[in-house]
Design a protein around this ligand. Structure first.
Ligand code: NAD
Ligand code: UDP
Length: 343
């Protein structure tokens, strides 16, 4: 199979490229490096079945030769990234998705859209099933991402219905693992970097909001299962084990052995209060189920961050300024061991 992965130099995209190469596929990766980086693809950049194009898929997308799969992952994904790149996020969700769909139509390729649990907004239904239409503020600060992805789903379905494109939509829930940028501002990367640096862990709000964290290997297996199927979806892919952000912070402190205190900061506008995928469809239609617990995944991710000590150390400043204004409470963790050290 010959696959195009847009956003292939990003966190998830680079793992997807590697997985496809490992099983014998050829991979073309297109990325504008706006939130991705060449380091993510360094391990396989010279692979004979891999090629890289530095391009913005919102401008145009031209690939020579056969394509069997277009996996469209290009988009800023971390809240600080899409707040910094609002117009680019809307462009890649709309024009970028249409360019990728046109290419899939022209090549007769399967098209897989990396959509998101953000299409459910701040959900009033729990856990979230694919049949739930969501609760999104269309003019709030998160809307550039949420509505871009909702448009991406809509245009994908329109290409499926009117042009017969073989579309598959997956809704990805919070995923973490190696190759996340230490300074990307997402909760798992931030907490691990803060714990390893001995800096306070920055909890937004009271930490009682929930998320369900999926390890990257499981997630990529889900994308590949969707690519290999003929399901249209949308299908949720995520780990259904839900925990509060405060529980996550405590788990990170325990796994790193860090003595960092916890600080409470202002909750960002429209931050969803709870999120957990119903994965019945993924289990029934794709035979997919997560295999890696959040604890085990965190263990691997901490090891990766320890191995990238310089990046983690220099992330401290940018994480601190990423999303919040003003500390309003502070708490120290009692009885924690001495400050964590970077390897
Ligand atoms: P990421 O920021 O690490 O990767 C996104 C990649 O897309 C980057 O390499 C970036 O440079 C590239 N990109 C952005 N705009 C582009 C453009 N116009 N042209 C070409 N390349 C462009 O984020 P990620 O976590 O790997 O997310 C990948 C995809 O999965 C995104 O579409 C995201 O919305 C979706 N997703 C991720 C999560 C998650 O928890 N990681 C959750 C839900 C959905
Ligand atoms: N969060 C936090 N501290 C951080 C970063 C994020 O408490 O340093 C919270 C954030 O407010 C949200 C949750 O953790 O409630 C998950 O945030 P993330 O940005 O990782 O993903 P998303 O909000 O897109 O689910």
């Amino acid at each position: 199979m010959r696959a195009l992965v847009t956003g292939g130099a990003g966190f998830l995209g680079s793992h997807l490229c590697e997985d496809l190469l490992d099983r014998g596929d050829s991979v073309v990766c297109v990325d504008d490096l706006s939130t991705g980086r060449m380091n993510n693809i360094a391990a396989f950049a010279n692979h004979p079945r891999f090629s890289f194009q530095h391009a913005d898929v919102s401008d145009s997308l031209r690939i020579r030769g056969r394509l069997d799969l277009v996996a469209h992952l290009a988009s800023p994904a971390s809240p600080p990234d899409y707040h910094r790149l609002p117009l680019e996020t809307l462009a890649v969700g709309s024009r970028g998705t249409e360019n990728a769909l046109k290419l899939a139509a022209a090549k007769g390729a399967r098209f897989v859209l990396a959509s998101t649990s953000e299409v459910y907004g701040d959900p009033t239904v729990h856990p979230q099933k694919e049949s739930y239409w969501g609760n999104v503020n269309s003019i709030g600060p998160r809307s550039v991402y949420d509505e871009a992805k909702r448009f991406a789903e809509a245009i994908s379905m329109a290409y499926a219905r009117s042009l017969g494109v073989n579309v598959g939509i997956i809704r990805i829930f919070n995923t973490f693992g190696p190759r996340m940028r230490a300074e990307d501002g997402r909760v798992v990367s931030s907490f691990i970097a803060q714990a390893l640096n001995g800096d306070p862990l920055t909890i937004y709000g009271d930490g009682q909001q929930t998320r369900s964290f999926c390890y990257v290997d499981d997630l990529v297996r889900g994308i590949v299962a969707m690519a290999d199927s003929s399901e249209t979806g949308p299908i949720n892919i995520g780990n259904p084990v839900e925990r509060t952000v405060l529980e996550l912070a405590e788990l990170v402190l325990e796994l790193t052995g860090s003595a960092s205190p916890i600080e409470f900061h202002q909750l960002p506008v429209d931050d969803p209060t709870r999120r957990r995928p119903d994965i019945t469809l993924a289990e029934d239609l794709l035979g997919w189920h997560p295999r890696v617990s959040t604890e085990e995944g965190l263990h691997h991710t901490v090891a990766y961050f320890r191995a990238h000590a310089r990046e983690v150390a220099s992330a401290a400043m940018s994480i601190a300024g990423s999303q919040f204004e003003g500390v309003h409470t502070s708490a120290s963790r009692q009885g924690a061991p001495a400050m964590a050290r970077l390897a």
